[in-house]
Design a protein around this ligand. Structure first.
Ligand code: 3HC
Length: 696
């Protein structure tokens, strides 16, 4: 075998088979060195008379997870992936691919350019490029429809979904399966080809039939469903070229690929991909996590039962404490209902659901937590109640148990101080519904031990959550920033914009829901309770909008009561609540405000500028480790439009100087609310961006 040091490609010859092993950990990304190694290996094996058939396989986790994303946005390096794959397709000697693990994007395109494909059990095949704002640019849009037909190729490419080994074989992506190791399977398949026992063909020579009506309908559907995203539509446009000779189709694919490569969507979506991975780099990563077998969850409400569900789904046994005995059975039913939903959506089998439910114990007794390795308290937001519980946990729990609180605002230092072991106390802020939402804010208090932080991070990994480290402040990263920018929406409401216009403008911008519709969904009583809690400490200079209080005083808490800003019908439609418009007018009259018109652009500008301002303060104060951590919080916990990459990634598109100019303009009306954050001034002064801070 020839392979020098870190060489990402190994080549060996056995019984007339030239074996090319891809070896570029962790996921065999197709970076420049690998592409060159692969191209050289194919050329050399073609020239070697001892070789009759060539086979490509991956060492490690997969054949390849695709192009090296870290090369995007940088000057291209030769050889291009598409050229290497054309070289493989044109190879005089047959080339076989063995597909194992997550074989995605360029990794699958490599397999498609080979002359036959063998899959190993558990492989996941897909072309996820559209989720990164691009399209398969190394022949995927031309070769997949040739192999499996137009409709199936459109579905796979425009959704970015993955298919397993069996489905891939049924679709015709795979020509066979094998249970041996990737290298053994490669050798066996190539030997089979050499003996004439397995047919091979060049995918590019298969004729694809393109139905223009099917293409038109697919594009129309995408425009309806995801109008903000160009990539899936362009991908379908590329597929439409698949009935041309392969060289022409590849040329058309490349032109569309390059168009998308230059788009801001691509930058935003890859930033979002990175945010999920960068956020888990905590300073405490090197500490040794404590083992976590069983976890206690306190509180059987929506949050507690959601957290218990998420733990059970991660295979972790749970003792759920609901001290109100009459609610204990309701809590069990809520967990069972959540697990049932996963079966209905085809996520797990009924047998797996039964096994998960069997790991749940429900008790009314806090003493039942004596032996658990970790506790997650999820009772309502009341400091006295929480400190009372933590005082008791201190008496009950075994030494070394991690004591987590799911508070969303309260001071974790004060909660820790209720115990004799503040080093074991940590904030674990889940987002509702906790078994669905991916974000977990890990709130590190002053005395939290590094191994307790590492334990939380390891648990987040098992639960497939996106963990973001936060310092202690009112609302941590997400709710603190939300509390600030939410006021900007209320100020616009009072000054003349309607709540429907604000919601629609922000939905058009890319948010799944505008802030008033979100308030109705979450329950207006939640914000009301917080406002009452903070009323005594609200600065006199701060503008206050009382519309939401007036709505709550009528007993209207949003969707759960059928009324809030909107009226909700049985069919989940929403209509503006006319009585709210009357309340707004009354408050305007009371405060002597003459309403003025707002353009949609101004609404977005004010809302986003307010969000960015508070986010900059959160970074400056060290509450968030890096700007990208704020982006992760908003992408995975607050429905921020993914293609914009998060509030601080978006901020770089506007630029610090322009943001300061906006704030100074708005400050003419309200100099207390609109203050320029120090970090924005520093960035404008030094010419740096939030992206630069991520690299420091
Ligand atoms: N390029 C560069 N680095 C990659 C990568 C890629 N394509 N895929 C994964 N990585 C890196 C991750 O950033 C991570 O780095 P870190 O350890 O420094 O944080 C490391 O590999 C491990 O990845 P994960 O933590 O994500 O590991 P998982 O096991 O959770 O997931 C995966 C593995 C399913 C492969 C997931 O990483 C993934 O979805 N990767 C992206 C796949 C993809 O989108 N491929 C298409 C690329 S575009 C393309 O091929 C264009 C072509 O058409 C021309």
């Amino acid at each position: 075998m020839t392979k020098a040091g870190n060489d990402p490609v190994s080549v060996s010859i056995e019984n007339g088979v030239g074996l090319i092993g891809l070896d570029n950990p962790p996921v065999n990304a197709l970076g420049a060195a690998l592409r060159k190694g692969l191209s050289d290996a194919v050329a050399a094996l073609n020239n070697d008379p001892a070789v009759r058939v060539i086979a490509v396989y991956g060492t490690g986790r997969c054949l390849s997870a695709g192009a090296d994303i870290r090369e995007f946005g940088k000057p291209p390096q030769e050889p291009r992936l598409s050229d290497v794959l054309d070289q493989i397709e044109a190879s005089a000697k047959p080339v076989i691919a063995v597909v194992h693990g997550t074989t995605l994007g360029g990794g699958l395109e490599l397999a498609l350019a080979c002359h036959a494909r063998i899959g190993l059990p558990g492989a996941q095949l897909g072309l996820p490029e559209v989720t990164l704002g691009i399209l398969p640019g190394a022949g995927g849009t031309q070769r997949l429809p040739r192999l499996i037909g137009l409709q199936e190729a459109v579905d796979i490419i425009s959704s970015g979904c993955r298919v397993g080994t069996d489905e891939a074989a049924a679709l015709g992506i795979l020509d066979g399966t094998d249970t041996r190791s990737p290298r053994e399977a490669a050798l066996a398949a190539a030997t089979g080809v050499a003996r004439g026992g397995m047919p091979t063909r060049r995918t590019g020579q298969i004729v694809a039939r393109i139905d223009p009506e099917l293409i038109r309908q697919a594009i129309e559907k995408l425009q309806r469903k995801r109008p903000a995203l160009a990539a899936p539509i362009k991908a379908v446009e590329a597929i439409a070229h698949a009935e041309k000779p392969i060289a022409e189709g590849l040329k058309a694919e490349r032109a569309l690929f390059l168009e998308l490569m230059d788009s801001p969507d691509r930058q935003g979506l890859i930033h979002a991909f990175d945010a999920e991975r960068v956020a888990r780099h905590f300073p405490e990563t090197s500490a040794t996590p404590r083992p976590v077998g069983q976890v206690g969850v306190i509180g059987g409400g929506t949050m507690g039962s959601g957290i218990a569900t998420a733990l059970l789904q991660a295979g972790i046994p749970v003792i759920l404490v609901e001290t109100a005995a009459e609610r204990a059975e309701a809590a069990r039913a809520a967990v069972a209902g959540n697990l049932d939903n996963a079966v209905r959506r085809g996520k797990v089998s009924a047998t797996a659901r039964d096994a998960q439910l069997a790991m749940l114990t429900v008790t009314a007794d806090l003493e039942g937590l004596a032996d658990v390795d970790m506790v997650i308290e999820a009772v309502y937001e009341d400091m006295a109640v929480k400190t009372g519980i933590f005082g008791r946990l201190d008496q009950i729990c075994k030494p070394g148990a991690v004591l987590g609180t799911n508070t969303s605002y309260l001071d974790v230092n004060a909660i820790a101080a209720a115990t004799s072991r503040p080093q074991d106390v940590i904030g674990l802020h889940f987002f509702s519904p906790a078994h669905v939402m991916r974000l977990l804010e890990v709130v590190v208090a002053d005395k939290t031990a590094p191994e307790v932080v590492a334990t939380a991070l390891a648990l987040a990994g098992r639960m497939k959550k996106v963990a973001v480290r936060s310092g202690v402040c009112d609302g941590f990263i997400g709710n603190r920033i939300l509390a600030h920018y939410r006021k900007a929406a209320d100020y616009m409401l009072l000054d003349g914009a309607s709540f429907q216009q604000i919601d629609r403008a922000l939905e058009d911008f890319g948010f799944a829901m505008g802030p008033f519709a979100v308030g109705d969904l979450a329950g207006l009583d939640i914000g009301w309770a917080t406002r009452k809690r903070k009323a005594a400490t609200r600065p006199a200079k701060e503008r206050y909008v009382a519309v939401a209080d007036r709505i709550c005083e009528r007993g209207w808490f949003g969707r759960k009561t059928g009324r809030g800003y909107y009226l909700y019908g049985d069919d989940k439609t929403r209509e503006p609540n006319p009585e709210v418009a009357a309340m707004i007018e009354a408050e305007r009259a009371d405060k002597g405000i003459t309403p003025r018109a707002f353009s949609d652009d101004e609404i977005v500008s004010r809302y986003m500028t307010a969000m960015i301002s508070e986010a900059a303060r959160v970074v400056k104060e060290g509450i968030a480790l890096r700007p990208i951590d704020v982006d992760a919080v908003f992408l995975f916990g607050y429905g921020f439009p993914r293609h914009l990459g998060g509030p601080l990634n978006y901020a770089d598109r506007i630029g610090a100087a322009a943001l300061i100019e906006r704030i100074e303009t708005y400050a003419a009306e309200d100099a207390y609310y609109w203050q320029v954050p120090a970090l924005l001034r520093e960035l404008a002064h030094s010419g740096r961006s939030f992206a630069d801070l991520n690299k420091e």
